[in-house]
Design a protein around this ligand. Structure first.
Ligand code: ADP
Length: 497
């Protein structure tokens, strides 16, 4: 996108407060306001509306009415038009959104050209197309079950009111990967974004009101400083489906709570993905890519590869090559177009990462690179890219999700052993395999139990690609046709013929 088409705006953050979107209206929060902080500077950017329980109650009620009492759920052409309007509104305002995203999420500006902003905006078009092209009704033809002549149809219908609960790391990608398919499928939505990135979501609410025909109640955006609003949303009996992205611990709580009213749940959770270098790979090139991957957005991505598996005989060489590549990655201001490793989101997240750095030493590991804060960077929640050596796959540092630029390097004894170690994890989200013999690399990829895998640098992120995890990385898939179908019910009509 060229900057000439980016529209300047006089809206916040130059004024100071964002608002809730409830039943088609932008309004203040019943609990007042809460600050949103720039993680690169620690400065308060401004304030977001803080929803109380009554605001959320009103949002759920509005979503319920819009689903039950309007034609939204039965008009795919209108839905497609509204989604394209939203995509175009976001595109016209991409400069404003970029400013907010870099400042609030600490997202490197470079990544806003792709998965942090422009990619997910464009992906709304995929779901608009799907609303119109999807085979909503399948004719199964005539049959005579139990001797009764019958015509049968399978209808796919929207699930109803969707609770979309999202984290802070890729706010637009995750918000739009829920809003796009949920709306295309005919649902209405209450979106509750993370307390750390309220403006990224509230900006979308403003654009919906100002620049689209989305009817009142179809999308509600409820920012809050309090995780209790997420819990309230999951427990409310008027909600039909919960689409949650976040930590595995919170995902478990969401699933347990949803069980009380037997809601459908989609969960996209944590990861500890393996980056497997086979013994015929270009070791240096593969290690350099692994270093780059773990530094991207300071490692704050659930699908980032954080365990580097290398041939045992070349462990030291691989560690040296990875450390050298890390030393070439400058941690810096996310607004700088050359930055890929910006700050962590918050002091709390930095404490968590630093806790794992201490644990790495306690468990007997060493730092081949990094291991602490960045010298000379006093402000902002920055930590150094870090390579941990000397630990096994049984260590906590190799098993638990850290969510920082921390890579642990582990030795393997050949393809079977690499597969065993890659699969020896509570998680199963993503991974990578590098090798010169493509058949071998494919065979290893086919045996790793994760939702996505990259072979020799292939990219699995795209609107038409289903994303999600095995094991404790989640339930269901996001994006692609499979992701769209998560938001559908199946109904059969059988007619006497
Ligand atoms: P983090 O540990 O980074 O804060 P979480 O997985 O706890 O990540 O949060 C992801 C999202 O889930 C956020 O929007 C948060 O407010 C929300 N959330 C936190 N606790 C709950 C809960 N018990 N039920 C529903 N949503 C919750």
């Amino acid at each position: 996108m060229s900057s000439s088409v980016e529209r300047a705006t006089t809206h916040w953050p130059t004024s100071s407060s964002s608002r809730l979107l409830v039943d088609g209206e932008l309004r203040a929060g019943g609990a007042g306001e809460f600050p949103t902080v720039n993680p690169a500077t620690e400065e308060i950017l401004g304030f977001a509306a803080d929803a109380d329980a009554r605001d959320l109650d009103a949002a759920i009620g509005a979503a319920r009415r819009a689903f039950d009492e309007t034609g939204w759920a039965r008009d795919p052409a209108f839905r497609a038009r509204c989604l394209l309007q939203l995509r175009d509104a976001l595109t016209r305002n991409v400069g404003w959104l970029r400013t907010i995203t870099v400042a609030e999420a600490g997202a490197p500006s470079l990544l806003t050209r792709g998965p942090q902003l422009e990619g997910p905006i464009a992906d709304l078009g995929f779901f608009a197309d799907l609303a119109e092209s999807y085979p909503w009704i399948t004719d199964l033809g005539r049959a005579e079950p139990m001797g009764v002549p019958t015509r049968r149809w399978v209808h796919r219908e929207p699930a109803g009111v969707v609770a979309a609960i999202t984290p802070w790391n890729f706010p637009h990608q995750i918000n739009f990967a829920k809003l796009g398919p949920a709306l295309a499928a005919g649902n209405t939505v209450v979106l509750k974004p993370a307390p750390d990135t309220p403006w990224c979501a509230a900006a979308v609410g403003e654009l919906i009101v100002r620049e689209t025909d989305l009817p009142p109640g179809v999308v509600n955006i409820v920012t809050s400083s309090d995780d209790a609003r997420g819990a309230q949303l999951v427990a409310d009996p008027r909600v039909d489906l919960v689409s949650f992205t976040g930590s595995t611990a919170t995902g478990r709580a969401v699933m347990a709570s949803a069980a009380a009213s037997l809601k459908k749940v989609f969960l996209e959770l944590g990861g500890k993905s393996a980056y497997v270098v086979l013994d015929d790979a270009d070791l240096r090139a593969a290690c350099a890519m692994a270093a780059f991957a773990v530094c991207t957005h300071a490692g704050q991505g659930c699908a980032i590869t954080t365990r580097l598996l290398v041939p045992r005989a070349r462990y030291d060489e691989a560690a040296a090559a990875t450390a050298a590549a890390m030393s070439g990655i400058r941690v810096g201001d996310p607004a700088d177009p050359g930055t890929i490793c910006g700050p962590l989101i918050s002091a709390r997240q930095r404490d968590r990462v630093e806790g794992y750095l201490r644990l790495a030493l306690e468990e007997g590991g060493r730092f081949a690179y990094g291991g602490g804060r960045v010298p000379g960077m006093e402000r902002g929640f920055f930590v150094q890219p870090t390579l941990v050596t000397g630990l096994g796959n049984e260590s906590r540092v190799a098993r638990e999700e850290i969510f920082g630029p921390v890579l642990v390097i582990l030795p393997h004894d050949g393809d079977d052993d690499a597969v065993r170690i890659a699969n020896d994890s509570p998680y199963g989200l993503s991974g990578a395999v590098h090798g010169t013999d493509l058949e071998r690399a494919r065979s290893v990829a086919s045996r790793i139990r994760t939702g996505t895998l990259s072979v020799n640098g292939g990219v699995w992120y795209s609107a038409d690609i289903p994303f999600g995890g095995y094991k404790q990385s989640g339930i269901g898939r996001e994006m692609g046709v499979a992701g769209f179908e998560e938001y559908l019910e199946t109904k059969v009509i059988a007619e006497s013929a």
